[in-house]
Design a protein around this ligand. Structure first.
Ligand code: ZN
Length: 500
């Protein structure tokens, strides 16, 4: 068999095992009955063990190297080989027993977290979290024996990202956002949020948000929307990209912006160019992924021009809102108010939620704090950065699913995504002209087309920073995001935009 064919055939098995596990995980979070948890944990652990064994086998290694010999410089095959080699080398550093223990701990952690969150009792999650942290510290030590443990975690989600790069990035954001948030507070302006509140029938919410997702270009023929505690997007193949949602009966925002967010992720997955069973057949990194979801959620979904198209549909679904104008809706969608829950945070304070988790994770992986310290450290960090303190652990340390799943080092990709999102949107505007005029007509295809051409189609051919430069002509910077946020605070709260 030709070396290229052999290599891609073996890699396809890796992809199938990953997508198979993803189906089971999707089911675990949507339809699985509670008593199925134990068996599900075993199945996932077995699949993880098989996948690991096949990935570090000499069979795959030899196939990669044989393909490397025939790959021409700059070819797609070369990109496939380099990415496969990077993944296999990383995997080979993790002992099989550790990989299995991690999969089991993460499955158990998910169940414990769901329970603890429901009961608002950190003690119910404490032991399984301690085990997950310990195993991930072992994993970090295996991946980077001489390096920084937290860098090893960050690298899993955004290749090459380091703690040392992120510290100044969060400092730059904080330097503008902290005084801006203070100025908003001092302005005394209280936003009327009633346009986004009221009573919204869940069935109508599902119809309305699905209609918006379809209009964005999310293909339901190759996707679906299901209810879950913590919304996510998952892919089993190019024709099966699923999203999940949750709703609040008294507020349209969690459902609408949750669905627009996940559909933004879904559009990326539905548009990846290279075959999804190959090493480069997926998103380039989590930061770029998040940029796609935030772009649709924030840049599109919170704009007045979007609402000029959406309002008649909104009123048709919720006749109580008869007479509401897009302009009257605007402030409620662009608030700046420190709050407790990250996934429901406004755009302006969102990055401080991420900064809080970054601070806590750094300390945890540097061994400066213990798992038992986390609830208090969480509350204190929130008080320091956002000026708010949770009265229930469910709104504090237990709010996110990530640690239960062993995803340490994941949160910073949310803020990297926000930076990329603002920069991409600025470039799309410069290239496509009057996007607002298009949004008013419900025309989102030109924007999607630009994203397909400049981001989606490339899959994982290029690293994040290179792709950002190719798409926007500039290296990634905080400027466009800060311009966007300070502009918003100016419009809604009359806060003067600081001179540069
Ligand atoms: Zn996301």
């Amino acid at each position: 068999m030709a070396p290229e064919k052999r290599f891609l055939e073996l890699w396809g098995i890796q992809a199938d095992l990953a997508y198979g596990s993803a189906v089971l995980q999707w089911d675990q979070e949507t339809y699985m009955p509670p008593e199925g948890a134990e068996a599900r944990g075993k199945i996932l652990a077995t699949l993880a063990e098989i996948k690991h064994a096949k990935m570090v086998s000499s069979e795959l290694k030899d196939a990669i190297e044989a393909a490397a010999e025939v790959a021409e410089a700059g070819s797609e095959l070369e990109a496939q080989v380099l990415e496969a080699r990077r993944i296999v080398e990383r995997e080979a550093k993790i002992p099989a027993a550790l990989a299995k223990a991690l999969a089991e701990a993460e499955s158990a952690g998910l169940v414990a977290w769901q329970n603890a969150r429901k009961e608002a009792d950190f003690a119910l999650f404490r032991d399984s979290l301690a085990e997950t942290v310990k195993l991930n510290q072992e994993k970090a030590a295996a991946l980077a024996p001489d390096g920084n443990a937290y860098d090893a975690m960050l690298d899993l989600y955004e290749a090459g990202t380091t703690e040392a790069q992120l510290v100044p990035m969060f400092e730059e954001l904080g330097a503008t956002l902290a005084p801006m948030i203070q100025a908003v507070k001092d302005s005394g302006v209280v936003v009327d949020e009633s346009p986004a509140q009221g009573h919204f029938d869940p069935v109508k919410q599902q119809e309305f948000t699905s209609m918006v997702a379809a209009r964005m270009g999310y293909r339901f023929e190759g996707g679906r929307l299901d209810k879950t505690t913590h919304p996510f997007c998952t892919t089993f193949g190019s024709g099966d990209v699923r999203i999940t949602w949750r709703y609040q009966e008294d507020d349209i925002r969690p459902a609408l912006y949750g669905v627009m967010h996940e559909a933004g992720h879904g559009l990326y997955e539905q548009g990846v160019g290279p075959d999804v069973r190959t090493p480069i057949g997926n998103a380039t990194g989590l930061g770029m992924h998040e940029s796609q979801s935030r772009l649709w959620e924030n840049m599109v979904g919170r704009s007045e021009s979007f609402w000029e198209w959406a309002m008649p549909h909104f009123i048709a679904a919720f006749p109580d809102k008869q007479g509401l104008t897009p302009a009257a809706m605007q402030p409620a969608l662009n608030t700046c108010r420190p709050s407790l829950i990250r996934v429901e945070a406004d755009e302006a304070t969102y990055n401080l939620h991420v900064a809080a988790r970054f601070e806590i994770e750094r300390k945890l992986f540097a061994g400066k704090v213990a798992v038992d310290d986390l609830p208090e450290l969480w509350d204190q960090t929130y008080e320091d950065l956002l000026g708010v303190r949770a009265t229930s652990a469910s709104d504090g340390v237990l709010q996110d699913i990530h640690w239960a799943m062993g995803a340490f080092g994941y949160f910073p990709t949310y803020t990297i995504g926000n930076l990329i999102c603002a920069q991409l949107f600025e470039s799309a505007k410069a290239k496509l002209g009057d996007l607002d005029a298009m949004f008013r007509e419900g025309e989102f295809a030109p924007l999607l087309g630009w994203l397909r051409e400049n981001v989606h189609q490339h899959g994982k051919r290029y690293p994040t920073h290179k792709l950002v430069e190719m798409a926007t002509g500039k290296p990634l910077s905080a400027g466009p995001l800060l311009d966007h946020l300070t502009g918003m605070a100016n419009r809604v709260y009359g806060v003067p935009v600081a001179a540069k």
